[in-house]
Design a protein around this ligand. Structure first.
Ligand SMILES: [Zn+2]
Length: 271
């Protein structure tokens, strides 16, 4: 499932390979991926233009167009982006393919069709309209603390709340809390300042490392939980067993030994 590191890898690919080439043709194979945006308008809006820059915010990717406007990409659960040459096979489940004059293509694929491709006037307006919080990589410790302040839920749910912090989904939330040694069901309001600082630092380190490794689970360092996200698997830190719980309805993996459940201070005082 694409989260911030995956989308950042797509952005870098787009930025390094697909800019400043004239778009010769656009094939909208699944018009439903455009939502209500008419396919003809989408194609006419891209043909003859060039992508001139990229921007990512959380899990959303934007490519600016010469002459104004942006191509907006959201990947949902199963989406992705591939830049490929004419002789290469097309990615499976590609929904939109942009053909450049140099014979290269940009394919947006999405098996389950959750996600959107659109042409918009402005990326900043889209980010504001969606009420996205600051990007998780572009967030200093103080702002992070402020975004968490007043949250009543479990820390994992708050990390995944895109209006609080943009970019983290189910998989990286588990990774961050595992490496920060914080129980996913810990109440955010009960975390002390040192723990919040540790989560912030870990969050940025985990995201940066994942980007560096191409967001590929098999290339992640051995101390990462992601390749072992399964109940009964061995904890890469202590050798104990990975457990599964539901947090906010999402499957959550953690090590009960490395991430002990915090004692509720309120309750223990009363008894
Ligand atoms: Zn452990």
């Amino acid at each position: 499932m694409p989260e911030l590191p995956d989308v950042e890898v797509y952005r870098r690919e787009l930025q390094s390979k697909a800019l400043n080439q004239r778009i010769a043709a656009v094939d909208v194979k699944s018009p439903r991926i455009l939502g209500r945006f008419p396919a003809k308008r989408f194609i006419d809006g891209l043909r003859g233009r060039r992508l001139t820059g990229t921007q990512r915010h959380g899990k959303r990717l934007y490519a600016t167009l010469d002459g104004g406007g942006v191509l907006a990409l959201h990947f949902g659960m199963t989406g992705g982006l591939r830049y490929f040459a004419g002789e290469d096979p097309e990615p499976a489940f590609d929904r939109v393919r942009i053909d450049f004059e140099n014979g290269r293509h940009l394919g947006y694929y999405n098996r389950r069709m959750i996600g959107r491709v659109a042409l918009l006037d402005d990326a900043q307006a889209d980010i504001a309209a969606r009420e996205l919080g600051p990007d998780a990589l572009d967030l200093d410790p103080e702002t992070f603390r402020e975004r968490l302040a007043g949250s009543r839920g479990a820390i994992k749910s708050v990390l995944m709340d895109q209006t609080a912090i943009a970019g983290i989904g189910n998989i990286y939330a588990d990774e961050i809390l595992f490496q920060a040694r914080v129980h996913p069901q810990a109440r955010t309001a009960e975390l002390d300042a040192a723990t919040i600082r540790r989560i912030h630092k870990t969050m940025q380190a985990v995201l940066k490392k994942a980007i560096e490794r191409g967001a590929e689970p098999e290339r992640l360092p051995r101390n990462f939980l992601i390749p072992r996200r399964e109940a009964g698997e061995t904890c890469p830190a202590c050798g104990g067993r990975i457990a599964r719980v539901a947090v906010g309805g999402r499957s959550t993996y953690f090590c009960p030994r490395c991430q002990p459940k915090p004692k509720s201070p309120g309750r223990s005082r009363k008894r």
